[in-house]
Design a protein around this ligand. Structure first.
Ligand code: URA
Length: 229
């Protein structure tokens, strides 16, 4: 875990508590302590772990968040695309100097488990085609299964339109004729919807139950928790 040593105003601004220029006012208004002693001098240097704000530890220097994404929000930083997933985070998290980004994306109408982090290297590692993290989706289908889907998905030979490589084997569990659980270890563009498109069906609802070891079973839609990876 990081524990950087720098000026208090640099800590506060990089973590989104206030801007550097607002730091003086912030210290006058809010109880900020170094090792329990209140400070008013923004230039004072300290270790991250020694600073408290209103008797609470500072937010972590690097964050990994698990969210249960609701339908209707977009995994994008572009305002024109609709309601952004980041607007569901506390304002302070949105003001951090290193932007928090989603680890991969879920479609606007897809719900469920998504990680968000400001750790670029970790994000890259988790989304790399080499990472074989299991993701389990629950898909509601427009039409009843025809019977050969599980075998096709498991074959490791299914080619999606416009792709050069077949999909890796994916396990499908049938819950009802129109509801399945599908476990995939890749993250290709609209992968689940395209897989069912390839077997003449259509996904009408899609929920991701987990991302690797992280499940959203205990998280209400739009809720999140900070996790340690
Ligand atoms: N596959 C899709 O088709 N959509 C998602 O949002 C995630 C996986």
């Amino acid at each position: 875990m990081q524990n950087s040593y720098k000026r208090v105003d640099a800590h506060l601004s990089s973590l989104g508590y206030c801007s550097r220029s607002e730091a003086k006012k912030f210290l006058n208004k809010v109880l900020v302590c170094i090792n329990g002693v209140r400070i008013f001098d923004t230039t004072k240097k300290a270790y991250h772990n020694d600073i408290t704000v209103e008797n609470e530890a500072l937010d972590a220097e690097s964050l990994v968040i698990l969210m249960n994404k609701p339908s209707g929000v977009v995994c994008s930083h572009e305002e024109e695309n609709g309601v952004l997933i980041y607007s569901l985070l506390p304002e302070r998290f949105q003001k951090r100097s290193i932007k928090i980004s989603t680890v991969g994306r879920l479609d606007k109408d897809t719900t469920g488990a998504i990680l968000l982090t400001d750790d670029g290297a970790l994000n890259h590692k988790l989304t790399s085609p080499k990472s074989d993290i299991s993701k389990i989706y629950e898909a509601t289908l427009a039409q009843a299964l025809r019977g050969d889907e599980a075998e096709i998905f498991l074959s490791g030979t299914l080619m999606l339109h416009g792709e050069k490589k077949p999909l890796l084997p994916a396990k499908m569990e049938i819950i009802t004729p129109t509801l399945v659980r599908l476990e995939i270890c890749e993250g290709r563009y609209h992968q689940v919807k395209r897989m069912f498109g390839a077997v003449s069906n259509k996904v009408v609802q899609l929920h991701r139950l987990n991302f690797g070891d992280f499940s959203v079973e205990d998280l209400e839609p739009s809720c999140y928790k900070i996790i340690n990876l």
